[in-house]
Design a protein around this ligand. Structure first.
Ligand code: DGL
Length: 265
């Protein structure tokens, strides 16, 4: 049985999960957090499900060794590829995955047209198709894979002319089709929210699921008697690429430059 003071492991293909980590830290300041950025293998969006499952197994195994009491897959693409596999491997380990916010978007749209920006892997998955069947039968959902965006965000680029042009190329057809609600279905994209908000008309709602994931983690830890009483220890970071690269962009995407170690698995 894990201790309440044990850490929570949070992972993503790269820096995208930091958008979720921030929500977790805001809601659960007593929790000690560990973060693995699989930057040596980013982007997951263009990899096979088998490849992603193998990466997630390694990272989950590492968090188990670190004594993590729960795992957050702060990545939509990893969730569709690996959540079921990890739940089977570790049936008693609290795991929170994430999925594009189709349900709230379908409830919120007034035009009846919703756009989803996500990775190719997420949009092509059976899990996403099931999500649409379940919650979006009354609305038109237009999906837009966004290859290239994640790679730019990984460099800390949140607003260069190249990035703006790429983002507009993905968003413009959705607006032209009448979308009044845009789902950010990849954890990297919330970092583009300020840029995106300046690009779309003010009545277009932009929705992501970071805060909902933090609330789900809170519920799960609570149900298992695992909510920490605090104080939290400093967040620790690992990356499967060069630690100095992550260290450089942490101050841009995270509020401070914490210690970054190498995850050589
Ligand atoms: N951040 C990830 C997601 O939420 C995946 C990005 C990628 O590696 O392609 O889907």
């Amino acid at each position: 049985m894990a201790e309440r003071s044990a850490p929570v492991g949070v992972m993503d293909s790269g820096v995208g999960g930091l958008s979720v980590l921030a929500e977790i830290q805001r809601l659960l300041p007593n929790e000690t957090l560990l973060y693995v950025a699989d930057c040596g293998h980013v982007p997951y969006g263009e990899k096979t499900p088998d490849y992603i499952r193998e990466r997630c197994r390694r990272i989950a195994g590492f968090f188990r060794e670190q004594g993590a009491k729960a795992l957050v897959l702060a990545c939509n693409t990893a969730t569709v590829a690996a959540a079921a596999d990890l739940r089977e491997l570790y049936p008693n380990w609290p795991l929170v995955g994430m999925e594009p916010a189709v349900k709230p978007a379908a409830a919120a749209t007034r035009s009846g047209v919703v756009g989803v920006l996500a990775t190719t892997g997420t949009l092509q998955s059976a899990k996403f198709a099931a999500l649409l069947d379940r919650f979006a039968s009354d609305v038109l959902v237009i999906t837009q894979p966004c290859p290239g965006l994640v790679e730019l965000i990984e460099t800390g680029d949140l607003c260069s002319p190249t990035l703006r042009q790429m983002l507009w190329g993905y968003v413009e057809p959705l607006l032209a089709a009448g979308c009044d609600t845009l789902i950010l279905g990849c954890t990297h994209y919330p970092f583009l929210r300020p840029l995106l908000a300046g690009m779309v008309p003010p009545e277009v709602a932009i929705i992501d699921t970071g805060a909902a994931v933090a609330r789900q983690l809170q519920r799960l830890l609570g149900n298992n008697g695992l909510l920490a009483a605090g104080p939290a220890q400093a967040t620790r970071f690992w990356t499967s690429a060069d630690p100095s690269s992550l260290k450089k962009i942490l101050p841009v995407l995270w509020h401070k430059s914490d210690d970054v170690q190498s995850f050589a698995m």
